[in-house]
Design a protein around this ligand. Sequence first.
Ligand code: SF4
Ligand code: SF4
Length: 222
Amino acid sequence: MPRTGKAKYEYFSDAVEKQAIMMLPKVRELGEAIKALVVGPYTSRFPVEPHVPHPNFRGQPKFDAEKCLGCLACEAVCPADAIAHKDEIDGPTPKRIMIHYTDSCIFCGQCEAACIADHEGIKLSNDWELSFFDRKTAFETIEKELQLCELCGAVVATKDHLLWIAGKLGELVYSNPTLYMSQWMKLGVTNPNLASSQKDNSRSDRIKILCAHCRRETAQPM
Ligand code: SF4
Ligand code: SF4
């Protein structure tokens, strides 16, 4: 179909516009090249010199043993199953071991985003030199002290996690003996030896640190 004068003009103007758009990256590259001549190259001299990554670089996530509460939220959201935990309750101090597997982590940052400890319990670092010879050694751990049920010995939560929940609840904490007893134990105003001597599934058992099962059993005795 023959082009009219107007159509020809539009075709010509479209072609010029497309060419200008295609030129833009080249102009930008030229600008960057000139800038690099003045301020130096963008690439580092690694391995001759250690490479310092950009502050926003997503490197190896690291637990903070002080700030982490051992709540397991990061484990629940990790898409690569790179976080796990192991509860050891047989030793003198029951503990939860939080494990981060370096070899399966994809550095997505979901653990940090979901961390209930103000995103400070686990944080992406700038560590990027993570090569290893034995895959079995590609993990890091921290330990958190566990609170066991005073009646059956089951895991309730970590002590830090219970204190964190109690702190969030404020005065509402007095509706839950497990939580306010955790606070009292931290303050040293309870006697755990006295509490453990009264195991009779009666009213006295209600004012103890209990797992959900024992709380139900003592609240609704058969
Ligand atoms: S960065 Fe992503 S993959 Fe790695 S531990 Fe955190 S959530 Fe899992
Ligand atoms: S406090 Fe944060 S880092 Fe610690 S277990 Fe919970 S979510 Fe994970």
